[in-house]
Design a protein around this ligand. Structure first.
Ligand SMILES: *[C@@H]1O[C@H](CO)[C@@H](O)[C@H](O)[C@H]1NC(C)=O
Ligand SMILES: *[C@@H]1O[C@H](CO)[C@@H](O)[C@H](O)[C@H]1NC(C)=O
Ligand SMILES: *[C@@H]1O[C@H](CO)[C@@H](O)[C@H](O)[C@H]1NC(C)=O
Length: 947
């Protein structure tokens, strides 16, 4: 699954550039381990070998079936793996269980308790089948368990399981479809099953679809079709041996193939609603080469994983996450698969490529081998996220995805893993809520970043070999991290990649089992060339108590007199708290973590920071662009955590006034936004800070210009996209003027706006404009046929400051014009669009709590609405909201979430009030790089360290 991202709070599932996030709320989310929750887990008494599942869906009510339900029959061939079982326990979360029967392998019935044949233990989603008194299963014997049941076709994708969606066809009619989203704990909604990743089986599926519908799409091709009156029986080929969450079905009137490589040996198809024809070309262009690249890299062919293997990708207008890796039929939210040239922006288009790579990588990591349990979901998601960038990079270098990995994943790992409450990659989870909660930042970003660090450490050839050993060994089975460690141990020893004495298994285990990561403190004695290193855990909050953890850090570094930016293989692993290394004596900067390929931050002594600042101010290019990105990201984090003064930090950051690199600016916008968000309540401070920011932005904007240049590098287009959005949002005059002019030209003469400029142009146009402007874009959105473009306009509609438009926007969120999956974001777009909108949203919300709760579907999403709202309110608004929540504790069960967001927002303001002078002084007074003339201070320190 690609589950990316959060808007302020955990688990809202749309992808945003990090620089684009709104005000952050939960500085330190706390994850609690509830050990006794193992009751949610299935006992390991039975081994499911094979399933036969037959589904008959009802899209319209019949005499004895409500609409949007389905009849199901499942027969599970299972083996008892314990003696003397008197009951069978499996998982289900269906509408109704009708009957249960059990036979032995020869179809001889096994007697079931007639008084109490089965119990539904709803809290744990268990179905317990009770055998008759005295009857027990024989260890090692095979049985056939058959359950007849009725299932639900849920109203929104957010409930997962089997759900329904629709779209308006070219005939103007609403067309329905049913789809499945079973990951991670919802195959139990499709059929009673062993719904844990460690249980693997083969599946034979049958669907009796309405005869008026089109062909059903499933994991495998259809083997046989039988006409049966007003239904058609579709019998599918058998799946590979796999976990139940990878099952899928897509039953629709007319979803169809919109792009096809016409290769019967290596079929690759893009499926979608028929009126999306023409939007599947890009997905088809990238998918087959990525598949080929992964096959070559991993040494296992996709199309021979099972007979009749297909490789379909389907675009679902409704989808809860970004995409899900169902074997043979990956489902994507439409905007993550379809590209309309001229309408979809470069960022969304690039994401189609990377998400395709992510989902295809899952065919090996996730489908072929699967984490034993979701405590190690990083084995699925870490690899998929790693290859998301590196497999796509293998087929299209022009996107610079290897470099973009740093800002998208490495730095996001460093950011999400810096709180006291962070979890290790391997982390105990049991209940469905805990499981879903582990499908977040760390498992993806730190998992992927760990693999990158590992690749450099063992070298790429050994890395590939180890992955192949791991996959071959665990194919069609589940895997523990130890299986991966062993595969690396074997490959490293065979290749002799590491000096003897290195224990790769130990190094890997430490990174997987420990939460957090280190900061490396570096002190250089320029006279002697001795470098003292000291590591400790990095916490973003200065007040967090330190720990005793000591990481095995594969250290890399280079130095000013002889820079080597390709020194990516570490010279040594630092596995003690402090260490000393030697460089040639002489006055020069050193930079550790070359190209930021390792999971650690670096802090230097003042002199070295100043040497870096001096080098950058003389010639920005003298330091590698990925280390400039590292410096920006580390400096902001070091300042925030109290490890570096704002004066020193801004001296270093001064080079941004000359640097126009996307890689420097992506973390810079995030860092500046973090500070600026804390000054919003102080107009004078804000005005001065913005002036300073304009000073930083000038060279960048002059260099990028306000127009997209044909054939420029994609990262330049992206850089402009994010930079102008930031600049216009903070009121940069040139940006606002140009955007307003472009928006007017669009309105008055229909002058096209390049999709890569629309985010800031549309938003600025509406923020400055009136009701008619809003209405204009509203109509334009209604006519859009591309979801990326549609969402871009929804976002812009939230920027309005016109009172009538504000009301209509908010009302629209509660209608079908905004899909359930977009509702929380639609609210957030509104506050992000203009901060004054938060008060309007609060007034809107007060009398409509119930309606809004229903519109956002999930309780956690309503939490997000409350907390995001609080984060944008001013003090007056906060008081208002606080009063309202306190007065309505009975009707707003999550009032405490709102109250805690209010106190976070106040804490942010307080931080701003306390630090405004320090930050302004530092930011104002930068540029003066004073190098210390004496080494006295450092030598003293050096002497102390040697004791
Ligand atoms: C199973 O039950 C039988 C009969 O009660 C008993 O003899 C045997 O020891 C039991 N086996 C196990 C493994 O509990
Ligand atoms: C596959 O065949 C269809 C129908 O002939 C054609 O329109 C399409 O362009 C072909 N696809 C490719 C990639 O050649
Ligand atoms: C800046 O540094 C780069 C990399 O060392 C070098 O190629 C370039 O010539 C330098 N530019 C100037 C103006 O010195």
């Amino acid at each position: 699954m690609i589950n990316i991202i959060k808007l302020g709070v955990l688990s809202v599932l749309l992808a945003y550039a990090k620089a684009d996030w709104p005000i952050d709320l939960l500085e330190e989310p706390i994850y609690r381990n509830q050990v006794d929750d193992t009751v949610y887990r299935l006992p390991e008494e039975l081994d499911p070998i094979h399933y036969d599942i037959e589904i008959t869906p009802y899209f319209e009510a019949t005499a004895n079936r409500p609409a949007f339900t389905f009849d199901g029959i499942v027969t599970i061939r299972l083996r008892a793996v314990q003696a003397n079982l008197s009951a069978l326990i499996i998982q289900e979360n269906v509408r109704e269980i009708l009957s249960v029967t059990l036979t032995d392998e020869a179809n001889v019935p096994i007697r079931i308790n007639t008084a109490n044949p089965f119990e539904r233990i709803r809290e744990y989603h268990f179905l317990k089948i009770n055998l008759a008194d005295g009857v027990t299963l024989v260890n090692g014997q095979v049985y056939l368990l058959t359950v007849e049941y009725i299932g639900n076709i849920n109203e929104t994708p957010l409930s997962r399981g089997v759900f329904r969606g629709n779209y308006v066809g070219d005939d103007g009619r609403l067309h329905w479809y049913a789809a499945t989203h079973l990951q991670p704990t919802h195959s139990r909604q499709l059929a009673p099953s062993f719904d844990e990743p460690g249980f693997k089986s083969t599946f034979d599926m049958i669907v009796n679809r309405p005869a008026s519908f089109g062909e059903t799409f499933g994991n495998m091709p259809i083997r046989q079709t039988i006409q049966m009156g007003n239904r058609v029986k579709e019998i599918f080929h058998r799946t590979p041996r796999m976990s139940a969450y990878l099952l899928t079905l897509h039953i629709s009137e007319e979803f169809t193939v919109i792009a096809d490589n016409n290769d019967t040996a290596r079929p690759y198809r893009i499926l979608a609603r028929p009126n999306a024809r023409g939007q599947g070309e890009y997905a088809l262009e990238v998918g087959p080469p990525i598949t080929r690249w992964l096959e070559n890299y991993l040494g296992i062919s996709y199309y021979s994983m099972e007979e009749n293997m297909k490789n379909d990708q389907i675009a679902s207008p409704f989808w809860a996450s970004g995409a899900t890796e169902n074997w043979g039929l990956v489902t994507y939210r439409e905007l993550r698969l379809l590209v309309e040239e001229g309408e979809t922006n470069a960022n969304d288009k690039m994401t189609v490529g990377t998400i395709t790579a992510h989902e295809l990588a899952h065919k090996w990591f996730g489908n072929l081998i699967t984490c034993r349990w979701w405590d190690n979901v990083w084995i699925n998601e870490g690899f998929a996220s790693y290859f998301e960038h590196f497999a796509m990079d293998g087929v299209d270098k022009s996107l610079e995805l290897a470099d973009q990995f740093n800002i998208q994943y490495m730095q996001s790992a460093l950011s999400s893993d810096a709180s006291a409450g962070t979890r290790a990659l391997q982390h105990t989870v049991n209940s469905p809520t805990q499981v879903t909660g582990h499908f977040t930042g760390i498992s993806y970003s730190k998992g992927a970043a760990f693999l990158l660090m590992l690749k450099h450490f063992v070298t790429e050839n050994t890395f590939k070999k180890a992955l192949n050993y791991f996959l071959v060994d665990r194919s069609y089975k589940h895997a523990f991290p130890s299986d991966l460690f062993n595969a690396f141990g074997r490959a490293v020893r065979e290749d002799g990649t590491l000096a003897s004495g290195f224990n790769i298994e130990h190094i890997m285990r430490f990174w997987v089992e420990q939460p957090g990561y280190p900061v490396l403190n570096v002190e250089v004695d320029m006279n002697t060339g001795v470098i003292n290193l000291r590591q400790e855990r990095f916490f973003i909050s200065a007040s967090t108590q330190g720990t005793l953890q000591v990481w095995p850090i594969p250290v890399t570094y280079t130095r000013g007199n002889n820079p080597d930016w390709n020194a990516l293989k570490s010279t040594f692993v630092m596995d003690s708290r402090s260490a000393q290394i030697q460089k040639p004596a002489g006055r020069e900067w050193v930079i550790f973590n070359v190209q930021q390929q390792g999971i650690y931050r670096v802090n230097y002594d003042t002199q070295n920071w100043q040497l870096i600042a001096a080098a950058l101010s003389k010639n920005v290019s003298s330091i590698h662009h990925l280390n400039r990105a590292q410096i920006v990201d580390d400096v902001f984090a070091l300042m925030r955590s109290g490890r570096m003064t704002y004066n020193l930090g801004f001296q270093v950051l001064d080079f941004l006034k000359q640097d126009t690199s996307y890689y420097s600016w992506y973390p810079a916008i995030t860092g500046f936004t973090w500070l600026r968000n804390r000054f919003l309540h102080m107009p004078d401070v804000l005005a001065e800070f913005d002036e300073i920011l304009f000073g930083y932005l000038n060279a960048l904007i002059t260099d990028l210009g306000y127009e997209v240049v044909p054939d420029e590098p994609v990262t330049r287009t992206l850089n402009r996209f994010f930079a102008l959005t930031f600049a216009c949002n903070i009121g940069h005059e040139g940006c606002v003027r140009d955007a307003a002019q472009k928006f007017n030209a669009l309105r008055t003469s229909g002058a096209r706006v390049n999709p890569n400029l629309r985010r800031h142009v549309f938003c600025t146009g509406l923020r400055k404009g009136g009701y008619e402007d809003w209405r204009f874009l509203y109509e334009r959105r209604r006519n859009s046929n591309n979801q990326a473009d549609d969402l871009a306009m929804l976002r812009a509609l939230g920027c309005t400051t016109d009172n009538r438009a504000r009301q209509e926007y908010l009302e629209m969120i509660l209608t079908d014009e905004v899909k359930a999956q977009d509702t929380v974001n639609a609210f957030t777009f509104f506050y992000m669009g203009d901060r004054s909108n938060a008060r309007v949203a609060l007034e809107f919300l007060k009398p409509r709590v119930e309606q809004v709760r229903q519109a956002v579907v999930l309780p956690a999403w309503f939490d997000s609405v409350l907390s995001n709202l609080a984060s944008y309110l001013d003090e007056e608004g906060l008081q208002d909201m606080e009063q309202w929540l306190n007065a309505n504790r009975d009707t707003i069960p999550n009032y405490n979430v709102g109250l805690s967001a209010i106190s976070s927002t106040r804490a942010n303001m307080r931080w701003g009030t306390q630090n405004a002078n320090i930050v302004l002084t530092a930011a104002r007074g930068a540029a003066v790089v004073v190098l210390p003339t004496t080494m006295l201070f450092l030598s003293t320190l050096f002497a102390l360290l040697l004791k």
